[in-house]
Design a protein around this ligand. Sequence first.
Ligand code: TA6
Length: 276
Amino acid sequence: MLSPTSFHGLPAVLLRAADGGRATIVLQGAHLVSWIPAGGAEWLYVSPRSPFRPGEPIRGGVPLVFPQFATYGTLPQHGFARTQGWRVAAESPGGVSFHLESSAATRALWPHDFTAEFAVDVRGDHLGLALQVRNSGARDFAFTAALHTYLSVSDIAAIRLDGLAGGAYVDRANNDAPGRETAASLTVTQEIDRVYTDVAPPLRLTDKSRVLEISQTGFRDCVIWNPGPQRTARMADMEPDGYRRMFAVEAATVAHPATLAPGAAWEGAQSLRQSA
Ligand code: TA6
């Protein structure tokens, strides 16, 4: 069931599944800001210092990064999808999808015609997120994208992530130096900002007694990010110790940009399943 709501003053929708799972999505950016599985607790982090103003990105939840990841291109950081107004396209029991298409505003930044759909599905202990992009223009285009998922954790020092051992990565916190994961389980003791390329899901996040299985399809890369204390201190939209309560595990296509011919479509998905 879908009902209108607001989130810190921003127009949003509340999605409630028959089994009690719920999600809140802000229409600006089709920005998922809350996921509470049936019988569980909040899994997404949102910074209370986010501006919550039209045209400004929310710090947390699941920002939609499209058509450019970070500064890898000439567009604003992380592209424009996260600050555009999306509309509800379809509704089903436990599901909702949102629509965005090219406009004068997007063409001023990126000269391509596209349509994008973002689907959110909530069922029991599961959250499904899927981004579809279609080329509605007459020329090929390439893009990078991500579901920039900020997970809420009890304490960044207490978590571990399994599933990346042996994986190659690009270290964004170290001038994009190449690296390879040597730890059996990833733990976070300082700033981390890595693009793991060609990941083999699922990943498994353990946070004390909570466990989350994280899968992705279509997206070949996975970005792991925590800003650590020094970088957080320079971020106006984070509390000084906010880095301790968040851990971003992002399904992404960064090292492998997607290319679409006219009429062609691409889809990337991330799914989260609470398993304890
Ligand atoms: O995905 C990680 C990252 O690219 C980091 O480098 C960090 O800048 C983060 O995204 C947040 O970006 P934002 O534009 O939301 O401040």
